[in-house]
Design a protein around this ligand. Structure first.
Ligand code: SAM
Length: 247
């Protein structure tokens, strides 16, 4: 059966690629990737040279059709994203969907994902966690979404780009209150990797204390909500956030 290999790549440290992933990359006929320069760089590092097909969020539909046609012609293709696991806040889902609908097979080659990497060193109770990914960029939408998450009894896992970290941490403090723990996991597996855990009330000052702390890629984890004490105060707090959003 023709197979698409959905293959995880490093999130920073180039050595975090599996032996199996390297083996498959050396066998496939082509590699579908988000950014050809990025993937060429990774393959070069391991002495692998393969035709690259661009498959990013702006051409996912056409890329899916091309990949299905090539698989049907008997080729073996690997799908990678720029970093981590394809399909996790990254293109890939539509391509896999098209492959499955065509009656072909998608085989996962597991490896790093920033969310799971951050969770593993968070020390937060994580028998239940909820992956949120990127919050909406518009403040109102973001606030509404966070208000809806305030009572979720699971660790929340968010992705954030460097230019919005200050804004996002302020929004988290506003939505979840001062006492819950937040973990700021920055530049994981890279040279300036930092994992800092503190109550939400202390997070803005921690970030402000050093401009380096505002740079790079972040995973943010928020401690699960405790069982809600039904004194009405928490409900009022959330209702007020939602009402302010409507006005
Ligand atoms: N597919 C990837 C995965 O499996 O983690 C996620 C891709 S998403 C477009 C990129 C986001 O992942 C970044 O903005 C950041 O939130 C997070 N991320 C990726 N690499 C990271 C790293 N080394 N350290 C911290 N966060 C990272």
């Amino acid at each position: 059966l023709s197979t698409l290999y959905v293959l995880a790549t490093p999130i920073g440290n180039v050595c975090d690629i599996s032996l199996r992933a390297l083996h498959v990359l050396s066998l496939v006929d082509a590699v579908a990737c988000e950014d050809t320069r990025n993937t060429a760089h990774l393959l070069n590092r391991y002495g692998i040279s393969k035709p690259l097909l661009a498959a990013h969020q702006h051409n996912e539909h056409e890329a899916a059709e091309k990949i299905v046609a090539r698989l049907q012609a008997g080729e073996r293709i690997a799908l990678v994203s720029d970093a981590g696991t394809p399909g996790v806040s990254d293109p890939g889902a539509r391509i896999v969907d098209a492959v499955l609908k065509a009656g072909l097979r998608a085989l996962p080659l597991p490896g790093p994902s920033a969310a799971i990497t951050a969770l593993s060193v968070s020390g937060l109770v994580n028998d239940q966690f909820q992956f949120i990914g990127f919050l909406p960029s518009k403040a109102r939408q973001r606030e509404t979404m966070l208000a809806g998450l305030a009572n979720v009894a699971a660790t929340l896992v968010l992705y954030e780009a460097p230019h919005r970290i200050i804004e996002t941490v302020d929004a988290l403090l506003h939505a979840f209150g001062p006492t819950r723990q937040v973990v700021l996991a920055r530049e994981l597996t890279k040279l300036f990797e930092t994992v800092h855990r503190c109550p939400l009330s202390e997070a803005p000052a921690w970030i402000a204390a050093d401009p380096m702390r505002q740079k790079g890629e972040f995973v943010l984890l928020i401690e699960a909500a405790q069982a809600v004490v039904d004194d009405g105060a928490e409900a009022d707090r959330i209702l007020n956030i939602l009402l302010a959003d409507l006005s």
